[in-house]
Design a protein around this ligand. Structure first.
Ligand SMILES: NC(=O)c1ccc[n+]([C@@H]2O[C@H](COP(=O)([O-])OP(=O)(O)OC[C@H]3O[C@@H](n4cnc5c(N)ncnc54)[C@H](OP(=O)(O)O)[C@@H]3O)[C@@H](O)[C@H]2O)c1
Length: 258
């Protein structure tokens, strides 16, 4: 039995999509007969993605699921996702928590009750619950949880308050799991670098003026943004070698990123 199971959330565009395409190329992380499950919010985009991935490796079972982390039905959607995986028998399993939003861009004190609670519901509450259900459902396999984190999870980035706080909370979630499951679950916070995606465009276009906006515009003008596929390859390399401390934070630019 050397089949693996992988779930990548938010895989229909941006980094999640790039990661799904890099993952399916990895015979080590996804031996023939393994299962790759991708989620997105748009059913037709999810189906299209599944088809494209299957073309790359017909030997892998690729499945898609519509999952909106902002839905009022998200708890039962997550429960049913894992019920479908009951009786699973995989060597290794991987949950990649990639889906996320930037939230409001502006001074933290401008966020009202609804904005704060919606942001944490969509970006933290649902991800923590998804991870808990994964951990409870995949005890037969060697479990891995990867949080697609950011520098924002360890450094305050001006006018991105809720985003920074959400990333910091999920960084700690990875450390908590590593602390409580030293030997049977591996977790990683991977900061993919400033990548040319819709999120980056939104950040560049909507950040109030200040040093961060200037820096982001400069990176873009100089062509120094990271290609999502390049960052995805780096993460795949790290996971293939497995050379990382449980619960650690690795940045795309880190020397310890192999
Ligand atoms: N881009 C960067 O420079 C950068 C830097 C550091 C960290 N990151 C992190 O990398 C990850 C991917 O970001 P990206 O740059 O690829 O962003 P993106 O292009 O905006 O893509 C975001 C992804 O999250 C999904 N998503 C958003 N809200 C969702 C919801 N309510 N339910 C389910 N899925 C939802 C989107 O799904 P739909 O396609 O259905 O909308 C999309 O697949 C994020 O966690 C981000 O914080 C990005």
């Amino acid at each position: 039995m050397n089949k693996n199971w992988v779930l990548v959330t938010g895989a229909t565009r941006g980094f999640g999509r790039a990661l799904a395409f890099e993952w399916i190329r990895s015979l080590k992380l996804l031996p023939d007969g393994s299962k790759l499950l991708v989620t997105g919010r748009d059913e037709s985009k999810v189906s299209q993605l599944v088809e494209e991935l299957l073309e790359k490796r017909p030997q892998v079972l690729v499945a898609g699921k519509v999952l909106d982390l902002n839905s009022s039905l998200i708890e039962s959607d997550i429960n049913s996702l894992f019920q479908q995986e009951e009786g699973n028998n995989y060597a290794c399993s991987y949950l990649v928590n990639n889906a996320g939003t930037l939230g409001p861009l502006g001074p933290l004190e401008d966020c009202d009750w609804k904005t704060i609670s919606c942001y944490f519901y969509e970006n933290v509450v649902t991800t923590v619950y998804l991870t808990n259900q994964y951990i409870r459902s995949f005890g037969n396999s060697f479990r891995h949880v990867i949080h697609i984190s950011s520098l924002a999870g360890i450094e305050p980035l001006e006018y991105c308050g809720l985003y920074c706080m959400g990333k910091a909370a999920k960084n700690m979630q990875m450390r908590m799991i590593a602390c409580e499951h030293k030997n049977d679950i591996r977790t990683l916070n991977y900061a993919p670098g400033p990548m040319e995606t819709d999120m980056q465009t939104h950040l560049r276009d909507n950040l109030p003026s200040g040093p961060l906006k200037t820096q982001m515009v400069e990176l873009w003008k100089r062509g120094q943004l990271v290609a999502p596929s390049e960052s995805a390859r780096k993460l795949i390399g790290i996971l293939e070698t497995g050379r990382y401390e449980n619960g650690t934070h690795i940045d795309f630019y880190s020397d310890n990123a192999c």
